[in-house]
Design a protein around this ligand. Structure first.
Ligand code: GLY
Ligand code: MN
Ligand code: MN
Length: 458
């Protein structure tokens, strides 16, 4: 049978339109300080081994602003005398090099297809940036994105000492709120990823390997036109599921195991795109054992409570707390935690052991922002934007997308939990768009209840 004929038909893939880039460039430009320039550099290429590179992934800030897919390039947006300037530095056309590594846009392509009003070969970096720096009263530049450009930029900047601003204050705030055209791409990434999870459930049976399920997932991603996985696919069977970022994916899946899959694609740009982020946990043989079902239903209840909480005006940390509350209550009923309350009882002076807490079995957060990066940019605490994670005090607003991903992890050797629960690791993760009236679960097409999973796998 031809593998590709087994694909089900999904809605047609949307494309990023020129209009949306133009609007983003304009909105970014409007927020720049007067008489300033923003210099944004491409991500570096990364060598894997002799003559072999890791797949190139453009800086998400550039994917966002004009979608230019090539390495070794710079995007400069200027605001001098109230006028918008867009300058690009790119790899020039070079027939010999293009034979090896593919067609380049070149200076002409940058102007025709990527909104540059002015474009130069990247070799002219010093000359072009020096001119921009002498004109600008302030300059936006983010160090640590590309060490080669940092060194060149730093030499030029040091002699001029113009006040340095971080462009991410503007750009990452913009990226946090998805526009309609971005939502189309995110919905598609979510739909393709959901289809991949369904296929993996259908292909799973005792005796297949974690690798084989990874192959199914990534076949589906690419078959529908995704750039590839948005992060390293996790296919963890049995006790491997208690390793949060398990990477080996090389074990045979056994009857009686649960399989935890955390995998999704990115879609929408030649070297990058919008991410989805989905986790499902299901029984290898299609039927949950009573203990697996008990833990699964608890995690699911906590996930549904957290999704219900994820509404405009609610602090992000309350979504986490909603999940924790359900998990604590459940673990108390199961005889694992000494209390359902968030504050564990004080250990008695002579007590040998610290009382168990939820974080002994649920050691990660419930949510992160989702967008062009799987752990996407954007301040979690507006009063403290430098703090990437913060206490997640930020209020949710329409247009934001978060993941909701509670879990419980009982290691096979953890004597603190009843034997029947040992070796069970469960996480359930969906992608949730905050809307005016509530929220929309972008990843709803993957079965999630015990009944729906068992029915699909039967
Ligand atoms: N896939 C990584 C995460 O769920 O955050
Ligand atoms: Mn996640
Ligand atoms: Mn995930």
């Amino acid at each position: 049978m031809n593998l590709l004929t087994t694909l089900t038909s999904l809605p047609a893939a949307p494309a990023a339109t020129k209009v949306s880039y133009r609007k983003r460039l304009q909105r970014f430009w409007e927020q720049l300080e007067p008489e300033s320039a923003a210099i944004l550099v491409s991500s570096p290429e990364r060598t894997r081994s002799n003559d072999t590179e890791h797949p190139y992934r453009q800086s998400s800030d550039i994917v966002y602003l004009n979608g230019f897919p090539e390495p070794n390039s710079v995007l400069i947006v200027t605001k001098f005398d109230g006028k918008q300037g867009i300058i690009m530095l790119v790899q020039p056309k070079d027939r010999l090099k293009e034979v090896w590594t593919g067609v380049r846009e070149g200076v002409e392509g940058a102007k025709e297809n990527f909104f540059a009003k002015d474009a130069h070969p990247i070799e002219n970096f010093d000359e072009v940036v020096a001119k921009v720096l002498s004109q600008a009263e302030k300059v936006y530049y983010r160090f640590d994105m590309n060490p080669e450009f940092d060194e060149k930029f730093n030499k030029l900047w040091k002699t001029r000492q113009k006040p340095l601003l971080n462009p991410e204050g503007i750009l990452h705030e913009m990226r946090l709120f998805k526009t309609e055209d971005e939502l189309k791409l995110m919905r598609f990434a979510a739909t393709v990823s959901a289809e991949a999870h369904r296929r993996a459930m259908l292909e799973c049976r005792p005796g297949v390997t974690e690798n084989q399920l990874q192959a199914v997932l990534e076949f589906v991603f690419r078959a529908y036109g995704a750039t590839g996985p948005a992060y390293g696919s996790i296919v963890a069977s049995g006790n491997n599921a208690v390793i949060l970022h398990y990477t080996r994916n090389n074990q045979e899946i056994k009857s009686g195991d649960l399989v935890l899959i955390d995998a999704a694609c990115e879609f929408g740009a030649a070297t990058g795109g919008y991410a989805a982020d989905i986790t499902r946990t299901f029984p290898a043989n299609g039927k949950f054992t009573p203990a697996q079902r008990e833990v699964y239903e608890l995690v699911l209840e906590s996930q549904i409570a957290a999704i219900d909480k994820a509404k405009s005006g609610v602090p992000l940390m309350d979504v986490h707390e909603a999940a924790c509350k359900v998990l604590r209550r459940g673990l108390f009923k199961m005889g694992i935690l000494p209390t359902a309350s968030a504050k564990p009882p004080k250990a008695k002076a002579n007590a040998k052991k610290q009382a168990l807490e939820l974080r002994d079995f649920y050691m990660h957060g419930t949510s992160h922002w989702l967008g062009l990066d799987v752990h996407d940019v954007g301040a979690y605490d507006k009063d403290n934007p430098g703090d990437r994670r913060g206490k997640k005090r930020r209020l949710l607003e329409p247009g934001m997308i978060i993941t909701v991903e509670p879990g419980l992890y009982f290691d096979a050797n953890d004597k603190r939990v009843p034997a029947k629960y040992r070796g069970i690791g469960i996480r359930i993760e969906d992608d949730v768009l905050i809307t005016e009236s509530g929220n929309e679960v972008l990843t709803h097409l993957v079965p999630k209840t015990v009944e729906d999973i068992e029915e699909l796998m039967a």
